[in-house]
Design a protein around this ligand. Structure first.
Ligand code: ADP
Length: 480
């Protein structure tokens, strides 16, 4: 294959075919220059219901295959994604604005879940439990839950899909994926490659449309769906949970974050600056583990601000396709307005902008540092999801921990210290699902990713990642 255009598909993939129900279409735009990349057929709730029927019909067949057979298909899919890495990276950068290097990184990262779960599913072991009377024999089996509805966001157009459906498919579930309307092309391209890899018809379906709320309702309320796996905002996660109550679905929710990055006086300041740059500005700050608040102890504060500001001023804004660029455009105009409003709010409440602070046409926001940040400012409580780095000054370790935990969220947290005892104390007190100590890059298929508090429930990746897609069946054999 020579060009990414051969991997651009303009309609949903259901039951092994490209299908559309009506004639309505919507445009997918490149956030860099707002040019139209292509149009995609816009499906509705009734279409989702049909895809669920298809996935439900395919479930028994897929479940009855051996783990080894399913694993072989997953590994072929993994290979095909690698073979088409460049085309997929181009598509991802065009529709999300993510710098090409990050798109390539996401493809490696996202594909790694497929390989990992292709292996893990072969070890989906049950137990043998000593009987509770002499004539009883007891075993447990882990069985696939059924049809999985996966609702995914635009910020990781590939990895948020594979992280959910690789474990689901590996244990024998069938899936209906509803990707973000901002990034449908990556989602459709990987479904195409999965079809080439040999998934039987109906096992893996992708439904594309703009009416997220109606499509989501169908996935939540349809009795044939056993499980919802969602990555996105806490607000939408709550809607999905409420909607799913009527059918008591199993749920995995990867929701918003408000990650603190704490720099203690005893930290290696250069390492902390490096971690803050990577943790804050990856994909222009548009990930749920991106640093939201930088808390710096007073003794090291001015030095940190100086070094961090120097590093931020070197970041280059532009097209994600330009290999020199570190920061691409934001996903849409709503994001730009949010950055402008948060900056104004901080200025009005005593903050000072020491780098950036402006939006640039058509859809950029400069990497921005706000110093003198305080807890009354909007970004103290709300997810920024953009390239603003607020710096809060603190005095004591207790202050830092209190400030870090003062949020409804509990996904990722980071801190920098060279004091061994402090590293244990602080790690124990942080109310977060993920803690990076002297480290800003924490994502991998081998680790359990997930949050506490209102950042969600369930863990994706690692040996725990299969648990979300299996039910435990206990079998008692009596009168032996
Ligand atoms: P973000 O702000 O990152 O886009 P959202 O939670 O709004 O986060 O979106 C995440 C995914 O959920 C996207 O695919 C979006 O289209 C979808 N979505 C948004 N609102 C709903 C809803 N009410 N029901 C189901 N899916 C929704």
């Amino acid at each position: 294959m020579n060009t990414y255009k051969e991997l651009l598909f303009d309609r949903s993939f259901v039951n092994g075919e490209w299908v559309n129900q009506g004639t309505a279409r919507f445009e997918v735009k490149n956030p860099f220059d707002l040019s139209v990349i292509g149009e995609v057929h816009d499906e509705d709730r009734s279409f989702v219901a049909k895809a669920i029927d298809v996935a439900h019909a395919a479930f028994r067949m897929w479940k009855s295959k051996s783990a080894k057979e399913r694993s072989a298909i997953l590994l072929k899919w993994f290979d095909l994604i690698h073979q088409h890495k460049e085309e997929l990276a181009q598509i991802m950068t065009l529709e999300s604005g993510k710098p090409l290097g990050e798109s390539r990184g996401e493809i490696d990262y996202g594909a790694a879940y497929i390989q990992w779960f292709a292996e893990e599913a072969k070890r989906n072991y049950g137990d043998v439990i000593p009987g509770f009377t002499a004539d009883k024999r007891i075993i447990t089996l882990k069985e696939p839950v059924g049809v999985v509805g996966a609702i995914t966001p635009w910020n990781f157009p590939l990895a948020m899909i594979t992280r959910k459906i690789a474990p689901a498919l590996a244990v024998g579930c069938t899936v209906v994926v509803r990707p973000s309307e901002e990034t449908p092309f990556t989602a459709l391209a990987i479904n195409y490659l999965a079809d080439l890899a040999g998934f039987p018809k109906g096992v893996y379906n992708t439904v594309v449309g703009t009416d997220a709320s109606e499509m989501g309702k169908e996935l939540c309320e349809n009795k044939k769906v056993a499980k919802i796996s969602f990555t996105g905002s806490t607000a939408v996660g709550k809607i999905l949970m409420t909607q799913s109550a009527s059918t008591l679905k199993k749920m995995s929710l990867e929701l918003g974050g408000n990650a603190p990055l704490i720099v203690f006086d005893d930290a290696d300041v250069d390492l902390a600056v490096k971690g803050a740059i990577a943790g804050k500005f990856r994909f222009a700050g548009q990930t749920c583990v991106c640093v939201n608040r930088i808390l710096v102890q007073e003794g090291i504060h001015d030095l940190f601000v100086k070094k961090f500001t120097d590093a931020v001023k070197k970041l280059k804004l532009g097209s994600g396709l330009d290999s020199e660029v570190n920061i691409g455009p934001l996903i849409n105009q709503r994001a730009i307005r949010r950055m402008e409003d948060m900056t104004q709010d901080a200025l009005a409440k005593g903050g000072s902008v020491v780098a950036g602070g402006n939006s640039l046409a058509p859809q950029f926001f400069e990497p921005t540092i706000v110093v003198n940040a305080n807890e009354s400012m909007e970004f103290a409580q709300n997810e920024i999801f953009g390239p603003i780095a607020p710096i809060f000054k603190f005095k004591t370790e207790q202050d830092a921990v209190r400030m870090a935990n003062d949020t409804i969220y509990g996904l990722a947290s980071y801190f920098y210290t060279n004091d061994l005892n402090r590293s244990w104390r602080v790690r124990e007190q942080l109310e977060y699902g993920i803690v990076g100590i002297n480290e800003g890059l924490i994502s991998s298929e081998v680790v359990p990713f997930g949050g506490v508090k209102e950042s969600g429930q369930g863990r994706e990746g690692s040996k725990y990642g299969l648990d979300s897609y299996v039910d435990i069946k206990y079998v008692c054999i009596g009168n032996v």
